[in-house]
Design a binder for this molecule. Structure first.
Ligand code: NAP
Length: 483
């Protein structure tokens, strides 16, 4: 099947090949075949995109001075335009990443909900009045940060770009988006929507380029005021350091190693479904994956049996045909890495209770079996490091205290889930878990209205909700002496 979606850079309101000297290939992970190419943006293209964005948000520019109600209306038009592209975007996302069309549609719905939610914020961003001594009036203004750079990973390319674009645009910033070179295509539909909705030229720019070539130039650009990075902890630390050198604000949404804690009083059917969804959705390529199952000893064996049965029932299939419920991994190298983790787990004493390898009936593409490893202890590599694939590590725990200790004994702190019918225990865990997000009796879940982000090596700052508006605005203080 050919590809007829957008394949150019979008800078200053123009579709262009920029200064590209080579191309990025889009490979369908279900077949291993290249089906589209995109010019690989260069450092010079990043310069052009940031310059265009800076001009579009300069004082006196149309975008900065626009009536906020008009900005909201444009963002609603932008979302209408996205909605009209739903079939093309979801097909592209599925082909580029390998996820099923069903998953791509869920992702798409989250994006349009997020843009609608933040369009509503555009005319509600307020400062406050502060009581100060003497005959004075003191108040704050909230203004856009300026140029915001958005660097997205390949696991939810469309959603994780849109998640930070929406609040940044609603707050009146101009944006430069760099998608991952592994999944460069869906981000270009944002440019199509910008054209259709009449965003002023330069307000939204998209530069698909390799992180190794354009990452540093973008993050260290003098005119970039905020970097919204979503990706690995390793690159996130580098991005944070680079942004610090430049005294730019930064939001870092990084990796995770989420615990799913199941107590004997939980609804085990529901917990099984939640655990399943939390590790096998998107072929396990999720920052918020519940990749450690902390099963209380009283239900450990029953729960493992139920989760194994559930894992073994997943039909694997190509994303675009939507004939399966779990697609392939994004690339051969990602699958190799996951297979290596499984071997390391076995060498360190884990037992393979389900899966563990490449499915025998899939000779093309990068498929892998949904895998469950038992007899895991929290000091093993597979319990400490983010595997980023459909691999669940099961750790048996004896009581509440032990469960909490094991859950918190991790370098990461993104999302945790507790399964219990004891309300007091649920609240105690919600208070004591060292995680940015805690779900009770449901996982993983988040909404455009609620803050998303982690603690420890899972990141800094928050996307979504009113918290994101704070990230993408600056507070100015005004003190007026009336004496
Ligand atoms: P990654 O390798 O860190 O890449 C993320 C993005 O950074 C890509 O666009 C990459 O470009 C770019 N990049 C590479 N080098 C860079 C540099 N020097 N400066 C600036 N940007 C650079 O992560 P990934 O493998 O795509 O994604 C998986 C990771 O993301 C996992 O760790 C996952 O947990 C995390 N993640 C976190 C969240 C969250 O919300 N907390 C959500 C999803 C994923 P190229 O791809 O072109 O090299």
């Amino acid at each position: 099947m050919s590809y007829d979606g957008p394949t150019s850079l979008y800078i200053g309101g123009e579709w262009t090949d920029g200064a590209a000297e080579d191309t990025i290939e889009s490979v369908d992970p279900a077949t291993g075949e290249t089906y589209a190419t995109v010019p690989a943006a260069t450092a010079a293209d990043v310069d052009s995109a940031v310059e265009a964005a800076a001009a579009a948000v300069a004082r006196g520019s149309e975008w900065r001075s626009i009536d906020p109600r008009e900005r909201a209306a444009i963002l609603h038009d932008f979302t209408d335009a996205l909605e009209s592209m739903r079939d093309d975007v979801t097909l592209t996302e599925s082909r580029d990443n390998g996820k099923t069309l069903f998953e791509a549609k869920l992702e798409f719905g989250m994006v349009t909900d997020t843009f609608r939610y933040f369009a509503g914020w555009a005319d509600k961003i307020e400062g406050s009045q502060i009581p100060v001594p003497g005959d004075r009036v003191d108040y704050t203004l909230r203004e856009p940060v300026g140029v915001t750079a958005h660097i997205a990973p390949w696991n939810y390319p469309f959603q994780l770009s849109g998640r930070s674009l929406a609040p940044a645009l609603a707050a009146g910033n101009s944006v430069v988006l760099k998608p991952s070179a592994q999944t460069p295509l869906s981000a270009l539909y944002y440019a199509e929507a910008a054209e259709q909705a009449g965003l002023p030229d330069g307000v939204l720019n998209v530069v698909p380029g390799r992180g190794s070539t354009v990452g540093d130039p973008l993050v260290t650009h003098d005119d970039v005021d905020h970097v919204a990075f979503t990706g690995s902890t390793e690159i996130g630390k580098r991005v944070g350091g680079n942004a610090g050198e430049n005294v730019a604000d930064v939001t870092l949404e990084l990796g995770g190693k989420g615990p799913q804690i199941v107590f004997p009083d939980a609804d085990l059917e529901a917990a099984t479904q939640g655990v399943h969804y939390g590790i096998f959705m998107n072929c396990g390529q999720m920052c918020w994956a519940g990749s450690r199952l902390l099963a209380h000893e009283a239900i450990h064996d029953d729960l493992v049996e139920m989760v194994v049965e559930s894992a073994e029932s997943i039909p694997l299939g190509s994303g675009i045909d939507d004939d399966g419920r779990m697609g392939p991994m994004v690339s051969e190298s990602q699958r190799e890495e996951v297979l290596e983790y499984i071997e390391t787990g076995k060498a360190e004493g884990a037992t393979v209770a389900a899966g563990g390898g490449i499915p025998a009936d899939k000779d093309a593409g990068y498929f892998i079996e949904p895998t469950i490893l038992t007899d895991v202890t929290n000091d093993m590599t597979i319990a400490r490091e983010e595997i980023f694939g459909p691999v669940l590590s099961v750790i048996e725990v004896s009581d509440e205290q032990k469960a909490l200790e094991v859950a918190n004994d991790s370098p990461y702190g993104l999302m945790a889930c507790v399964w219990t019918s004891d309300l007091e225990r649920a609240h105690e865990f919600a208070r004591d878990l060292e995680y940015g997000m805690v779900n009770v009796n449901e996982t993983p879940n988040t909404f455009p209205q609620t803050p998303f982000g982690g603690v420890k090596e899972s990141g800094v700052g928050r996307e979504q909700g009113k918290y994101a508006i704070e990230e993408y605005t600056r507070v100015r203080n005004v003190n007026l002496n009336l004496e």
